[in-house]
Design a protein. Sequence first.
Length: 315
Amino acid sequence: MADLWQSAMDHAVAIARKAGETIREALLNDRKVTTKSSSVDLVTQTDQKVEKMIIQSVKERFPAHRFIGEESVAAGEASNLTTAPTWIIDPIDGTTNFVHAFPFVAVSIGFAVNSQVEFGVVYSCLEDKMYTARRGKGAFCNGEPLQVSDQTDVKQSIIATEFGSSRDPEVVENIFSSLRKILCIPVHGVRGAGTAAVNMCLVASGSVEAYYEIGIHVWDVAAGSLIVTEAGGVLMDVEGKNAKPWLPNTRPVGRNRDATGSNPVSQATKQIVKISKTTLIVFFFPRIAKGVDTTETVHEISVTLPRKTENHPEF
Ligand SMILES: O=P(O)(O)O[C@H]1[C@H](O)[C@@H](O)[C@H](O)[C@H](O)[C@@H]1O
Ligand SMILES: [Mg+2]
């Protein structure tokens, strides 16, 4: 049977490549930088230009499709994932890298129908690596199949993570307390490419055993989530169950602070230690919107294991 979404996927690959060319050209010129949620949450005209270009081109070809794009949402559009075919776009994942010419910059395009990611495309444009995954058909980098690491001992692992773009002291404290515990497992090392999408592709490639980050958005992970799972990885929450990080708040497993004062970071860190008896990791904490009462904010935590297992271990 013909693949219903193959032409959309082909289009995504072509437009991601074109977007990558635009980004590479823009790197040769001055990059005008403005900020969004904080003084370190950067955006450039190239982010906006590339997102417009992608959306315009998809609209011409697939007029009924919908969009969730990082820069459109920043400009005030809603970020609602319905059952309709939806393109989830991060035009430049790794904007800070782009601004500083740090060489990991990706175009990330996920495509969801009925709240399920059908394909994911991550083009790491400075490395010229095109990562692709079609649901049920595997994950690839430049056409070569990907397979997550088969390392099962967390003490032999490299973990990828990022520091995010919040400098709120409480968030920074959570990041460091989590990082300290992970380092002291001990693991071989901790790395970060500066982009969630590339970090997830590194999990899919087996270059790192796992990736986690506190505070990411659906456009950071929609494409990467399928690339990870199609390469044999798993997205899990702290209960060890499959998570769908592209669906905001669908699997709330903890609150920022519960009655006993523990927070999801320390809960998750405890889980890592337990999980480390098998294999690990990725968990996601949706960003905490400024002004939201965090005592009432429901968070989602996901964990990616390198190996897909039918029955996840009891944690
Ligand atoms: O804003 P862009 O699209 O560059 O995305 C984010 C990265 O993907 C994160 O891993 C990273 O930690 C940052 O939060 C960064 O904002
Ligand atoms: Mg991003």
